[in-house]
Design a protein around this ligand. Sequence first.
Ligand code: FAD
Ligand code: NAI
Length: 505
Amino acid sequence: RTVLRTLGGATLLSLAGGIGVFVYVTQKDRHPGTQLPYDPAKKTIVILGSGWGATSLLKTLDTSEYNVVIISPKNYFLFTPLLPSVAVGTLSPKAILQPTRYLARHKARAVTVIEAEAKEIDPFNKTVTFEDDTEIKGEVSHTTIPYDYLVHAVGAEVQTFGIPGVQEKACFMKELADAEIMQRRFKDCIESAAFPGQDDTEIDRLLHIVIVGGGPTGIEVSGEIHDFLEDDLKAWYPELAGRIRISLVEALPSVLPMFSKQLIEYTESTFKESKIDILTKTMVKEVKDKSVVLQMPDKSIKEVPCGMVVWAGGNKGRKITQDLMAKYPSVQTNRRGLSVDDHLRLAGADGSIFAIGDCTSTSYAPTAQVASQQGAYLARVFAQMAKKTTLEEKLNQMEGSIPTVTNAEAKDRLSSEIEATKKSIANIKFRPFYYSHQGSLAYIGSDKAIADLPFANGNIASAGVATFLFWRSAYLSTLFSLRNRTLVANDWIITKIFGRDLSRD
Ligand code: FAD
Ligand code: NAI
């Protein structure tokens, strides 16, 4: 009994401690302290974007050394890995958003957050022009500001290859709005199929969902739609659920080319069990109102009726990125994006522009992992640059004061201090960016995930339900704030207990 009482006491104590820490952290988060004001003597960094690269940079950057302005048409950071879960209502949109101002408000020096789209970069006069593209505009909605350093982190947009109908008729899976549109259309397909008097052919068309692109986005969207079907729709639309068909169309010979062979096979067999048809070596040629036109492996053309097309065909550079490339036509020739040197400086520019993430054309895959490591790397580079500038100013001051020092002993002291400062400056080495791959993870539906994890000099491939739990815990811990972690964990529990919401707003 004494042991039980002691254990009970200890449990209560640690619970109370845990709640205390939670309350302290959340309250501290909600009531940030005062910040240093704008300092005209400091250099100004303008960051374009509020995605993975930009947010990681802002999070790591020591703003006491710089004035920072962040410009993005979205005033939040979007946690893209969980976007497909929002598309089927497993998670609510707010759970995977973090307002940029939350992060900015906790920096040492006040950061200016501007909700606007950068329209033009003038690298020769070092200015950025941006515009408020939202519905409500004030008297001023277009302006130009100067920068000392510019960080271009605007990501990429969806690549449609100019295929007819894709832009107008397909859903995408890139922005938050895309996930919301997909959810609405999917539910609309089901309700329209349930409309009285609908004939069998039309029901089958409405309930055929075509996903284009066998990269990780297409795979995850297929898996999430399958879960929605199995976990919820079967119960609420018993007469229709069995007729829902999911087809995944991929132009290449296999899906997920970035994963190891065994994980590709595992995904294919899981999809087979889940009754998701994978059509490889099949290319979408056109998206029509009620069908999709496919070029089959034997090059024949087939028109397949469907209710909805989700397009996950890859990335292409945004206009602002293409315009910046056009300023350096002899150097910026890679169509995949901006060329940078191994310190992430824009090739051809004077060293004041850096580019990170999906807008660049490096040897790395366009992933959140790469963008966030590049952002954190740049923060360290900026810290080193600030340190170097401070030491150089100190050196200049000391060298300037030599003629005024007459005392021999003081002169010796000054000389040795000058030598030490020169040494410190020489010791500041700007190392090139080094990418440390932490592995690739993807959710494939049915509470299963796949993972290629680096181990020793090779890779460990893992798949299944345990990998799914690892996938969940990895992304839960990667979320940038305690608030998001709490919201995501809460939504997972709610979905498990009550299922997903069926209402269509
Ligand atoms: P983004 O994160 O896209 O950020 C770009 C920012 O620039 C945005 O804030 C945007 O609003 C802003 N912007 C756009 N135009 C302008 C403009 N003109 N002026 C100013 N700002 C502008 N990667 C992984 O490593 N793991 C995953 O599990 C994973 N899952 C994914 C799931 C989905 C559905 C998707 C779509 C992608 C996923 N990725 C994943 C890839 C990852 O999201 C990208 O590689 C990552 O977002 C790139 O970061 P970024 O900072 O370059 O661009
Ligand atoms: P992707 O470029 O990886 O895949 C697009 C696929 O669409 C390609 O395989 C391409 O062959 C196919 N395709 C293009 N046009 C087609 C057509 N007309 N018909 C049929 N197929 C066509 O794009 P995705 O999946 O959006 O990923 C983009 C980036 O984001 C990648 O670097 C990826 O690694 C990363 N990402 C990572 C995730 C993860 O790690 N879990 C999840 C989602 C994205």
